[in-house]
Design a protein around this ligand. Structure first.
Ligand SMILES: NC(=O)c1ccc[n+]([C@@H]2O[C@H](COP(=O)([O-])OP(=O)(O)OC[C@H]3O[C@@H](n4cnc5c(N)ncnc54)[C@H](OP(=O)(O)O)[C@@H]3O)[C@@H](O)[C@H]2O)c1
Length: 231
């Protein structure tokens, strides 16, 4: 069975994608900082028949990243690495004039440095996999100048560039950066608590991610709405 590592898989998009992969027969290594919520998700994933290794921890911890990859190797290897866990840098978001520099550092550590650390840890296994792939979760804030989204958006832009260069450097892999679009999740609520407009359920984005796995398009940056529409 193919094996995926998905960071930040206890809830939101990460959990929705993990459930879809479990339903397709994938085995999973998942993490999040809250061990109790993560265990609840792991139990739900196991109900699909998946072998699940759930490791509570913070992606900024190098030892934790090594444990994620070691856990995947025990399941058979790393076929897919999904960098989904994310930090906003300030909750709620604030304008750059008020953004604490430590908040920006945290966003960069979680969204960029940890993502590269995990890629580096997993690369030998990804290269050995029959169809190795890396999927980084981006945001339209990486490309658009939305007020208050500057720190987070800068970190996602950096993550996009890492993914783009990794795709060029590793032609044997697929490296996809995906902008999922707005979703009704705890992250969005923390970012903009006063925004009551309805947002799509993260489950609605999952078919876009599955399409990448099914069709294996060239490495690059993709938007979920386009992946969902152009069938
Ligand atoms: N929601 C949106 O509108 C939206 C739009 C564009 C892009 N995105 C992106 O979509 C991805 C998923 O976000 P979401 O909206 O689904 O958020 P979410 O529901 O809040 O889920 C975030 C997940 O990441 C985990 N996490 C956060 N920080 C972590 C860390 N340092 N180490 C390990 N796990 C960590 C969380 O669990 P713990 O808190 O227990 O660690 C949780 O499992 C993110 O990359 C986000 O930037 C979201």
């Amino acid at each position: 069975m193919p094996v995926a590592i998905i960071t930040g898989a206890s809830k939101g998009l990460g959990r929705a994608f993990a459930e879809a992969l479990a339903a397709r027969g994938w085995d999973l290594v998942v993490d999040a900082r809250d061990a109790e919520v993560l265990q609840g998700t792991a139990t739900a994933l196991e109900a699909y028949g998946a072998r699940v290794t759930a490791l509570p921890g913070d992606v900024t911890d190098a030892g934790h990243r090594a444990a994620l990859v070691a856990g995947a190797r025990l399941l058979g290897g790393v076929d897919l690495l999904v960098s989904n866990a994310s930090a906003l840098g300030a909750e709620p978001l604030v304008r750059l004039a008020e953004l604490p520099l430590d908040g920006l550092r945290r966003a960069l550590e979680v969204n960029v440095v940890a993502a590269l650390g995990l890629v580096r840890e997993a690369l030998p296994s990804l290269r050995a996999a029959p169809a190795g792939a890396v999927l980084t979760v981006s945001s339209d804030a990486a490309a658009e100048a939305y007020e208050t989204w500057g720190g987070y958006g800068a970190s996602k832009a950096a993550l996009d560039q890492l993914a783009a260069v990794l795709g060029a450097e590793e032609p044997g892999l697929r490296v996809w950066a995906v902008d999922p679009g707005d979703m009704a999740t705890d992250l969005y609520a923390a970012a903009v608590p006063d925004d009551d407009d309805p947002r799509p359920d993260p489950v609605s984005v999952v078919p876009a991610l599955l399409r990448l796995l099914d069709e294996r398009p060239a490495s690059g940056r993709y938007g979920a709405p386009a992946l969902l529409e152009e069938r």
